[in-house]
Design a protein around this ligand. Structure first.
Ligand SMILES: [Zn+2]
Length: 306
């Protein structure tokens, strides 16, 4: 069915199984699906299950079930980040071999404003066989040295022109945590490349991750996808809806109502009442998809309305 070539659109939805889907995450899933299908491309699913302490038992299966209930069907096999340790270690080895990595035992308080090590571990570098040591005297994070001059620019579909002087602002960042878990930034970059993703559609709460991902892509020799950061959904009071502030889970048994609420928040033409299944609503939404109609601050009336 697919005619994917090197330049064919490949998008993805990449939830973390820290809880069930809420309307904000449905918005991201739906938008990335619409963009991919509108472009005649593929839509892939990645489960970002690399942070077990934050995960909720059963959440991954609940998310997959919920997407299926909404008619959002993905192409290809689900990519589970929990099974990708070898690929992440390979990327760490490459970063190390190219001199971009250092092992660091400093606390945040011991670091300078740009993640410089005041104890000098940066200068010691990161030797092969050293950072792989599983029982160092102190737990160490692996961090990437950000060149002080590193700046990145891109044109974001919804956030407009972006200019981020990463080297002068954020500085060195963690790619493997002191507890041994891989950092989100590393896993995303490795997997976007592995899945040959051409277009990243996600919430604007991840906008400030993009410059770090750009740097890792450059350091690892991976292509940089296009980025579209969807404005973050708020309630009528202007508060962001997220798992952090306990946005209510959507009911997987009312997909038509949820999809209509999501399309309304996205400023799209309301599907007619005759569209009374999830698939019919999606077909209408795809036919009438208007990215330019997405408001700068999508809002829903309140949890009681969906
Ligand atoms: Zn340090």
């Amino acid at each position: 069915m697919t005619t994917a070539g090197h330049s064919a659109y490949r998008g993805r939805f990449a939830p973390s199984p820290t809880g069930p889907l809420h309307l904000g995450s449905l918005l991201a899933a739906l938008t990335s699906w619409l963009e991919a299908r509108h472009a005649g491309g593929s839509w892939l699913l990645r489960m970002e299950d690399i942070d077990p302490p934050r995960e909720q038992a059963g959440a991954a299966d609940a998310i997959l079930h919920c997407l299926q209930q909404h008619g959002l069907r993905w192409d290809e096999a689900v990519l589970w980040q929990s099974l990708r340790g070898a690929a992440y270690d390979g990327a760490l080895s490459e970063l190390d071999a190219r001199g971009h990595l250092f092992a660091c035992a400093c606390s945040r308080q011991q670091q300078g404003p740009l993640g410089e090590c005041v104890r000098g571990c940066h200068q010691q570098g990161c030797r092969e066989g050293d950072w792989r040591d599983t029982t160092p005297p102190r737990p160490r994070a692996l961090r990437v040295s950000v060149p002080p001059s590193f700046t990145t620019r891109w044109h974001d579909t919804w956030q407009g022109p972006q200019h981020w002087p990463l080297g002068a602002t954020l500085g060195n960042f963690v790619v493997r945590r002191k507890d041994g878990l891989y950092a989100y930034q590393l896993a995303v970059v490795v997997d976007d490349a592995a899945q040959a993703i051409t277009d990243v559609v996600r919430g604007a709460d991840l906008l400030d991750s993009t410059p770090r991902q750009h740097l890792l892509q450059q350091l690892l020799g991976h292509p940089t996808p296009r980025y579209a950061h969807l404005p973050v959904l708020t309630d009528a009071g202007g508060q962001k809806l997220s798992k952090q502030n306990l946005a209510p889970a959507i009911d997987p048994n009312t997909p038509e109502r949820n999809l209509r609420a999501a399309l309304a928040a996205l400023g799209q033409t309301p599907p007619p009442v005759t569209a009374n299944t999830a698939n019919a609503i999606l077909a209408f939404a795809l036919e009438h998809w208007a990215p330019a109609a997405v408001p700068a601050q999508p809002a829903v009336a309140g949890p009681a309305s969906f």
